[in-house]
Ligand binder design. Structure first.
Ligand code: SAH
Length: 229
């Protein structure tokens, strides 16, 4: 079973949207498991402090390495084979390739930071892999963790209705997806491309491929460049 353990100051945010639809059904069926751990349980003193002012000055607060180490050690002992992720805008941007790899593995331990982030020393001390979900700043790692888990869980065996629908999507072959259409045939004067109504599966596949390449070249030339690597 694929197991996610989330370290957070806001366990109430989980499973949140992952309790619904495909991911929620799979959670209820035991295809995957979601455990949340309250970082504050490892906080310091009467107030269970988890953060302190930044060394060297500056705005905001930084999450303490000692508190986070205790939380990580309680959640994932040294022999836990799962990767230990830290949601972080400084991390390597998440890709479908990394998602696929994570989905094939035993799960993940995911540390969600808040405030200005974490004391740098926890990253090396507990072998955390920093993962970003894009070049923008969220107020905490929880929504990033939900996005990462959603992407993984839909790939687990038995989660998506039609296995094939996972195969032909954007990024799976380094291309964005071709345009999709459904009924009605005429929508406000806009027609479905003739070839899609032809029943000629060879021609349809050719058209889709050409559209995917055209779209990728126009919008994400970086994907085509990467594909040729
Ligand atoms: N001061 C930090 C941002 C802190 S945002 C900086 O400038 O880099 C607070 C927390 O939200 C982060 O520590 C991280 O856990 C999470 N977070 C914010 N943006 C994110 C992103 N794009 N991807 C993943 N996690 C993110």
């Amino acid at each position: 079973m694929w197991r996610a353990t989330i370290l957070t100051l806001f366990p109430e945010m989980f499973p949140g949207p992952l309790g619904l639809s495909l991911a929620g059904d799979a959670l209820a069926r035991g295809v995957w498991e979601l455990e949340t751990r309250q970082i504050r349980e490892h906080g310091i003193g009467r107030h269970r402090a988890v953060d302190d002012t930044p060394a060297g000055g500056g705005p905001g607060m930084v999450m303490r390495a000692d508190v986070l180490a205790a939380a990580v050690d309680a959640a994932a002992p040294a022999d836990d084979p799962r990767p230990r992720l830290l949601m972080s805008p400084r991390g390597r941007p998440l890709t479908q390739r990394r998602v696929r790899h994570l989905a094939r593995g035993p799960g993940a331990m995911i540390l969600c930071a808040r405030f200005e982030g974490v004391d740098e020393r926890i990253i090396a001390a507990r072998g955390l892999e920093e993962v970003s979900i894009g070049d923008y700043i969220l107020s905490g790692g929880e929504i990033a963790a939900l996005a990462l888990m959603d992407a993984c869980v839909r790939l687990l065996p038995g989660v998506m209705g039609e296995e094939l629908s996972g195969q032909e999507e954007s990024f799976e072959d380094g291309l964005l997806e071709y345009p999709q259409y459904t009924r009605p045939r005429d929508f406000e004067g806009r027609e479905i491309p003739e070839v899609l109504l032809s029943g000629d599966h060879g021609e349809i596949a050719k058209w889709r491929r050409a559209e995917a390449v055209k779209l990728t070249r126009a919008r994400r030339p970086d994907l085509l460049a990467r594909k040729e690597d």
